[in-house]
Design a protein around this ligand. Structure first.
Ligand SMILES: Nc1ncnc2c1ncn2[C@@H]1O[C@H](COP(=O)(O)OP(=O)(O)O)[C@@H](O)[C@H]1O
Ligand SMILES: [Mg+2]
Length: 508
């Protein structure tokens, strides 16, 4: 689908500033449709050629001029008249006499819509020239049906009057404001609550929903005739909007628990602020939900933090205990257990820091490498290289994987070069990781002496590789293959979709 912005570029000779002005208008014109209980259409002349011929006033100049519908907005306060999407429709100017006149003379024109169909006969148009840097660059057409519309009560009259004031600002080139923040997704809408302020910031109208929002903030005194400040509402936003002549949006918090989003649009006439339109939205429940979610997330992270601390305590206890042992084998065994626990603690450390249950595994890898270097002979420099990235992994995968990789790196550092003459080759270990979204491939290879003759991963009774094998197969539902070719190679494939079986690794 072509966006209105694309359309404008394609069909019209408007410059970038004018296009942005029209984009801003369409970014916030839901409010205008709601205030006027009407459908809105934005017409722009078709192209530069049309602009050139039609600019000089006079009937002759308009021959061949066409308008294109750049945008369309339906009201949420009333039924739409247009079931169809009209955006992109090209209409000869002759069929839109009011739009043409408004565009040519640069004034707001209201009248009967030149109806093509029978039911359109009674429709009415209010054509508002959209001015940018003194030039009319488009026409905002408000279309409504006097028979089918809403009964015109007090609220309707106030809203229509607001629309007229803003329409005059559009025609004068003051609206939309260059710095408009209405794009905020939660920005209050007309239906959320409307206050109208006079030039002295006194409230001269409050819609029922606006009154509710103020009640919610604990305001029960007479609203009409008072200013927000006098009512005890933090009114910096309003003051700012009035003094700077820019729209302002602000979140107001009222203890114990009311939170209201306030948007103030200054109403400007001939350079002077003559009043303000304030939209109020009670976002208390919305924010409470946000906070609940946030605090649940914080609680989970806190638990991970405590698990990490406990694991570190266990690890220190093992280390202390190992120092007291006379027997070297026993001491080594305890230190290995201690390192395995540290590998698990690394995962919880990340989970305690990151929101959500995903672990960016790349943040753990350097620590795993350090852990392996810890276990190597300090006189022997072993280079450990990391290639690729495992991406984000759920904790259920990340935890066993951290233990497995720690084990394999440690083995390479510990066994691959034992008894190999120093000069033979620069000792190197490479850990490569690849995650294509559905499966994870991990390889640990070294250029050492390779696995002993007849080594079988299925039969081995040594603890380290037994742990690796069992974690990969049962906890990760993956597969493992070991081989020796210019060194040892261990290859793992772990399926990432739950329940999917791992294919046998290549070369297994
Ligand atoms: N990268 C490697 N290069 C050469 N031999 C290895 C390598 N990894 C493991 N091995 C051999 O496999 C054996 C079993 O390893 P493992 O189960 O981790 O036990 P441990 O490390 O406690 O000896 C090691 O003793 C070693 O002989
Ligand atoms: Mg080992």
């Amino acid at each position: 689908m072509t966006s209105p912005a694309d359309l404008a570029r394609e069909y019209t000779g408007l410059d970038i500033g004018a296009r942005q002005h029209l984009d801003r208008l369409m970014g916030s014109w839901g409010m205008l449709a709601d205030l006027s209980f009407s459908d809105l259409l934005l017409y722009v002349p078709l192209d530069q050629f049309s602009l050139a011929v039609a600019r000089p006033a006079g009937e002759a100049g308009t021959v061949g001029l066409h308008f294109v519908v750049l945008g369309q907005m339906r009201p949420t306060t009333s039924a739409t008249l247009f079931e169809l999407d009209l955006v992109g429709q090209v209409v000869p100017a002759a069929e839109l006499p009011l739009v043409l006149e408004s565009w040519r003379r640069g004034v707001v024109i209201t009248g009967a819509r030149s109806g093509q169909a029978a039911d359109e006969a009674a429709w009415r148009d209010q054509c508002v020239p959209v001015r940018w840097r003194g030039e009319v660059v488009g026409v905002l057409d408000r279309v409504w049906s006097p028979t089918g519309g809403r009964r015109t009560g007090g609220l309707e009259r106030v809203y229509l009057r607001l629309f007229d004031r803003i329409a005059a600002m559009i025609a004068a080139g003051v609206y939309p404001f260059v710095s408009d923040e209405a794009d905020v997704e939660e920005a209050p809408r007309v239906g959320d609550g409307v206050l109208v302020l006079d030039a002295e910031e006194r409230i001269v109208f409050a819609s029922p929903n606006a009154v509710n929002a103020l009640h919610r903030m604990g305001i029960v005194s007479t609203i009409l005739g008072s200013t927000l400040e006098a009512l005890g509402v933090e009114d910096a936003a309003v003051a700012h909007a009035f003094s700077r002549r820019v729209p302002v949006i602000e979140e107001l918090e009222r203890p114990p628990d009311a939170i209201v989003l306030l948007r103030c649009i200054p109403l400007v006439d001939e350079g002077a602020v003559t009043g303000g339109l304030v939209l109020l939205r009670d976002v208390t429940d919305l924010r409470r939900r946000d906070r609940l979610l946030l605090s649940k997330d914080a609680a989970i992270r806190e638990v991970h933090h405590r698990v990490k601390n406990n694991l570190q305590t266990i690890s220190s206890l093992l280390r202390l205990q190992s120092r007291r042992l006379e027997d070297r084998n026993a001491r080594v065994a305890l230190l290995e257990a201690e390192r395995r626990i540290r590998a698990i603690a690394l995962v919880h450390e990340i989970l305690a820091r990151e929101p959500g249950e995903q672990v960016p595994f790349g943040e753990i890898v350097p620590a795993l490498v350090e852990l392996a270097k810890d276990a190597t002979d300090p006189h022997r420099r072993v280079e450990i290289r990391v290639v690729g990235d495992a991406g984000d992994l759920v904790a259920d995968v990340a935890t066993p994987l951290a233990v497995v990789i720690a084990e394999l790196l440690q083995n390479a550092a510990e066994h691959a070069f034992a008894g190999v003459a120093e000069a033979e080759a620069e000792p190197a270990v490479e850990l490569s990781l690849a995650n294509d979204g559905s499966r994870l491939e991990v390889e640990v290879r070294d250029n050492g002496r390779g696995f002993p003759e007849g080594f079988d991963i299925d039969r081995t009774r040594s603890l380290g590789l037994s742990i690796v094998r069992d974690l990969v197969r049962s906890q990760l539902s993956g597969s493992i293959a070991v081989s020796s070719d210019h060194g040892a190679l261990v290859r793992l494939v772990v399926p990432l979709e739950p329940g999917a079986a791992a294919p046998l690794p290549r070369g297994a």
